[in-house]
Design a protein around this ligand. Structure first.
Ligand SMILES: NC(=O)C1=CN([C@@H]2O[C@H](COP(=O)(O)OP(=O)(O)OC[C@H]3O[C@@H](n4cnc5c(N)ncnc54)[C@H](OP(=O)(O)O)[C@@H]3O)[C@@H](O)[C@H]2O)C=CC1
Ligand SMILES: N[C@@H](CC=O)C(=O)O
Length: 429
């Protein structure tokens, strides 16, 4: 039987949910033309039905009873924009089991329970779409699954967290301190409900696990991703980076070689001439290299109400078309391989090392000796005398094996003339 309307139920009406409501309402006629029938929001699950949502809502559309969404026969597509794992995951699975298509922006849920969700979608002939879960408004999931499907993808490198990119930009360009920059990102609706997930790198790690799984057709889990956040980045590091012609960014890096897949998220210094260097504020960018296409870069807003909702609504429209044409599963799971993930010690890059040391002759030589003994060679040295007794030294290495650097740092830390290894930041060229 052909449908004359597609019913949508939202789980959540926060930053993203409100954006979805606004786009579906404000662009109603264009969306109807593109889909073929009207797309209507029937019910919205929230915790507090009395809270003002900042948009004109129809009487009775808000509910605190999840069954009014996931068991509602008028709803074809359930849109999960509440976040977290519990109760989002059981609600999502129940919706799929009830034959609803599921659209979600929830990277925690997709990264950690993608297999379960895909299996439920396939078993019930439904769609599972999650474009907004990585890089907000930037199309990247579907381009990887479709437009670049002919390639063997060699690497995916990106700025994939809007909050931290916004913070690093405000800290480096306006001299804001960490907490003020974070408070601004929260006020703008960019941060996660628990912002430690942003600043400690886990949000980016979940997104990288999703991207790497799709790019390399394997299943990369969160615990296979090496993660460091931006909490140790200081004004001094940002200023040294500028002196060295670098900018500091939180990067997600996924590469595939014969030795396996490598996946890591950490702050990195990038030359100011690097294509990712000028990506500031809430903007994200994902740089993909494929064997046939070469290099392509995707750029746009990585978080925020309307950019994120743009991706969610496009997924709703795809799910609607597939419901109308009875062709579910267009974007099913493509993780058909099991590829080993390389340990971080086997990766290699250049490193920036900032040390506080005694201001005495021979100190630099003793540090260089330990580095040399561990096959770590130096590309440049900056030495600043802070007092007559203590000095700050900044070293930049050539490309070296991570394990060699870590072995050397363990010894350097114990030298009596070294007071502190203040920071170590990878340098990507
Ligand atoms: N914000 C952004 O820029 C982006 C967010 N995302 C993802 O989108 C999802 C939503 O994010 P965002 O909109 O920022 O989150 P918000 O915290 O702004 O909104 C969450 C919404 O979910 C509702 N909710 C939460 N828990 C429950 C529950 N147990 N029962 C009923 N309702 C519940 C809340 O209800 P109430 O309002 O009554 O409390 C609220 O309406 C997350 O997975 C996030 O990671 C993805 C890309 C970008
Ligand atoms: N907190 C996330 C929101 C989008 O995924 C971010 O800042 O990128």
């Amino acid at each position: 039987m052909s449908k004359n309307v597609i019913g949508v139920g939202l789980l959540g009406m926060g930053t993203v949910g409100r954006g979805v409501y606004r786009i579906l309402t404000e662009n109603r006629s264009g969306i109807e033309q593109k889909v073929g029938v009207p797309v209507e929001i029937k019910k919205i699950l929230v915790r507090d039905t009395a809270k003002n949502r900042g948009v004109q809502l129809e009487e009775g559309v808000l509910t605190a009873d999840v069954d009014e969404v996931i068991n509602n026969p008028d709803i074809d597509i359930v849109v999960e924009v509440m976040g977290g794992i519990k109760p989002a995951l059981p609600y999502a699975l129940k919706a799929l089991k009830n034959g609803k298509s599921l659209v979600t922006a929830n990277k925690d849920m997709v990264a950690e329970h993608g297999k379960e969700l895909f299996e439920a979608a396939e078993a019930n002939n439904s769609d599972l779409l999650f474009e907004a879960s990585v890089a907000g408004g930037i199309p990247i999931i579907r381009p990887l699954k479709e437009c670049l499907a002919a390639n063997r993808i060699q690497q995916v490198i990106g700025i994939i967290n809007g909050t931290t990119n916004y913070m690093l930009t405000r800290m480096s360009k306006e001299g804001l301190d960490f907490q003020t920059a974070l408070a601004e990102a929260q006020a703008l609706g960019y941060a996660e409900a628990d912002p430690s997930s942003d600043v400690e790198g886990y949000d980016a790690a979940r997104k990288l696990a999703i991207l790497a799984s799709i790019a390399f057709n394997t299943r990369v889990s969160l615990n296979q991703v090496y993660v460091e956040g931006i909490t140790r980045i200081t004004a001094e590091d940002i200023s040294y980076a500028a002196d060295l012609n670098y900018v500091v960014k939180l990067l997600g890096i996924a590469k595939e070689s014969e030795a396996g897949v490598e996946v890591h998220v950490h702050p990195a210094m990038l030359p100011k001439t690097h294509p990712l260097a000028p990506v500031d504020d809430v903007y994200n960018a994902v740089f993909v290299s494929g064997d046939a296409v070469g290099d392509v870069m995707f750029f746009g807003r990585g978080a925020g109400e309307l950019p994120t909702a743009s991706a969610v609504v496009a997924d709703i429209m795809s799910a609607a078309r597939s419901k109308l044409k009875h062709v579910p599963g267009l974007y099913n799971c493509t993780c058909f391989d099991e590829k080993p993930v390389k340990s971080m010690g086997l990766t290699s890059t250049k490193y920036y090392i900032r040390l506080n040391v005694d201001d005495r002759p021979g100190v630099l030589a003793s540090i260089a000796f330990v580095l040399g003994n561990n096959d770590v060679s130096l590309a440049s040295v900056i030495q600043k005398h802070t007092t007559g007794q203590a000095a700050e030294i900044v070293l930049v290495t050539h490309r070296v094996l991570e394990q060699n650097l870590q072995d050397a740092l363990k010894i350097i830390k114990e030298l009596s003339t070294v007071n502190e290894i203040a920071n170590v930041i990878r340098v990507e060229e």
